[in-house]
Design a protein around this ligand. Structure first.
Ligand SMILES: [Zn+2]
Length: 231
């Protein structure tokens, strides 16, 4: 299939699914980027997103150009989103090796469908500005050491120098809520000022899977209480 067609299909699928498309959606859709690379980038294990892309840079810029042309032609509205790291410091993320402003802006542009209702538009915009979830990883081996205190544990936070324990990452006071009860999870997360998503690497599926969340104990108690009193 021609690159134009692959880019168009990927962008179109993203717009149909969520009302807007980004260059990341396109790279994922055409298979040049894997979700695991996006997660590594968002947790700052990749210095810039393009280092995770399985295609040469001239191909990438061609795909970016085709995507922007398609989006403008389809009447989508450009809107720039902030991308910050899913780490405690939430550093601003970089997309390209050069860090050139025009390239960074192209990656940050969300092309929004003109057919969205105003309410949906506002939700899409709010989501783009909302800080991303922190990510905590279930340790695969018990022999890892925290780069700050040399401690260990079942959960770790990936930081650029290496893994950190929950205490050192400032998440030690949070309580674990395994996935399974969507209602309690949603209530606990919305009541918790600080929360994190727990993921585990699946060797068979070759991707990270969400296995639960970390939330403040008070928020968890409140969410469970509310759910029981409704039952
Ligand atoms: Zn530590």
């Amino acid at each position: 299939m021609e690159l134009t067609e692959r880019v168009t299909q990927a962008a179109d699928a993203a717009v149909r699914e969520k009302g807007y498309a980004t260059a990341i959606d396109v790279m994922l859709g055409i298979g040049w980027l894997q979700p695991s690379h996006v997660l590594e980038w968002r947790t700052r294990r990749l210095p810039f997103l393009e280092s995770g892309i399985q295609a040469n840079l001239s191909k990438v810029s061609e795909a970016m150009r085709l995507f922007a042309a398609w989006a403008a032609n389809a009447g989508l509205q450009p809107s720039i989103a902030e991308y910050s790291a899913r780490t405690a410091n939430r550093e601003r993320l970089r997309f390209s090796k050069s860090g050139e402003a025009a390239i960074e802006a192209a990656w940050q542009t969300h092309w929004v469908s003109p057919n969205l209702t105003d309410a949906k538009c506002a939700r899409v915009a709010a989501r783009a500005q909302k800080p991303p979830d922190l990510v905590v990883v279930a340790a695969r081996h018990s022999d890892w050491r925290c780069h700050r205190c040399s401690g260990t544990g079942q959960l770790l936070v990936m930081e650029p120098p290496g893994p950190a324990c929950l205490n050192c990452a400032g998440l030690g006071h949070l309580e674990e809520l395994p996935a399974g009860d969507a209602l309690v999870t949603r209530r606990a997360r919305s009541a918790s000022k600080l929360s994190a998503v727990i993921v585990r690497w699946s060797r068979t599926r070759k991707r990270y899977e969400r296995i639960g969340v970390l939330v403040e104990p008070a928020a968890l108690a409140k969410a469970r209480g509310r759910t029981e009193s409704n039952a």
